[in-house]
Write a protein that binds this ligand. Sequence first.
Ligand code: S3P
Length: 433
Amino acid sequence: MNLCIRMCGELNGEVWVGGDKSITHRSLILGAIADGETIIHNYSHAEDCLSTVRCLKSMGIEIDVSKEWITIKGRGLYGLKEPEDVLDCGNSGTTIRLLAGLLAGQKFYSVLTGDDSLRKRPMKRVVEPLKLMGAEITSRNNCFAPLSMVGKKLKGIEYRLPVASAQVKSALMLAGLYADSNMILEEPVPTRDHTERLFEFFGLKFTNNGKKITVFPAQGFSGRIINIPNDISSAAFFVVLGLLTAREMVIKDTGVNPLRCGIIEILRQNGADIKFDKQRGLNNEPVANIIVKRSEIFPFTISGSLIPRLIDEIPVLAVLATQLKGISEIKDAKELRVKETDRISAICSELRRMGANIEETEDGMIIKGPTRLKGAACESYNDHRIAMSLAIAGLVAEGETIIKGADCINISFPEFINILKGVCGEECVQYQE
Ligand code: S3P
């Protein structure tokens, strides 16, 4: 399916982007190994999360997905069953990496695989430390999926992650629950801490002294009722759209975890009018309504420890940078090259097609603005965040922008197109078969 986008006028409105994808994956996995029922409200409808549901169901977990909530009948720490077939993680890096951690310590054999994109993404970062814990894992071509796992008794290790990755950290925390001694982890730079917050919420024992996380072997824990905040990474598209076009845009009930809010922080520092209203806590996560107004923003430089706090938002920040007066720069973001596609190369080549002055560097990009973007026929590279970023670019471009293969948006944000139609009008957002 192609998406046809035309320039929008001044916007004003309220949006509800739906539950956080990262927190949904983690809630599903912990719910499956808890004792008794877990109910997840405001879960993410992303296809990625349905991949996690499918894999857990294949291991004997009863999961009921209704429109409003998910019910999981947890079978306890050792209640998973050997799957009869390979576990297909689809496009989801979080599913494959977190499940690798969970399955390394089970008493059965399992194989994790995924789609063409996932089978090209690096798994060494998770396989290597799991092997140090005693896991038996074979993989294709030096650590690419399929990963074939023979469950083993694991031992706790002390490990410093070579790359800043919340997926790897979470995988090792899950494996640590099954180890026979404490697991000590050190991150090069802090990454999203949803696993830690959920461990605490479920009553799982761990400590974090700011430098090292220690996970204690688990004893068994009970299911819970979880309410998930809306997804800041989905909200980011409307934050950028609001800054470029809105009298006022209110993005409701959104997770504002500091380790996910790099985008808000850097934009505020550079003049953006973004306010938090009705700040509160929801299941151990901070939530707020985000209020955005069109603002004059200065060009920005993003690098270092800020990168993991806004990693998924870089493509849409690149779109924003094309509209700012001066040179914006993104550095230290090499990780973007091993996401669903090479996002540095993808966003640079497609924005260039629209007339942007954007130059690819080894670990980021340099953008000179402002440019009056021109509509063009663009590729999505089957990457949801590239497709949605180009849709935002199309809304501020002259003429018509076509985004080819826009179905991939369902991977993280199936409601995106309808919400966009709601705020911009049907004439600006249309499907094209
Ligand atoms: C995620 C962590 C990030 C992020 C991904 C979701 C998670 O990946 O890019 O979209 O849920 O833990 P890395 O941990 O590999 O950086």
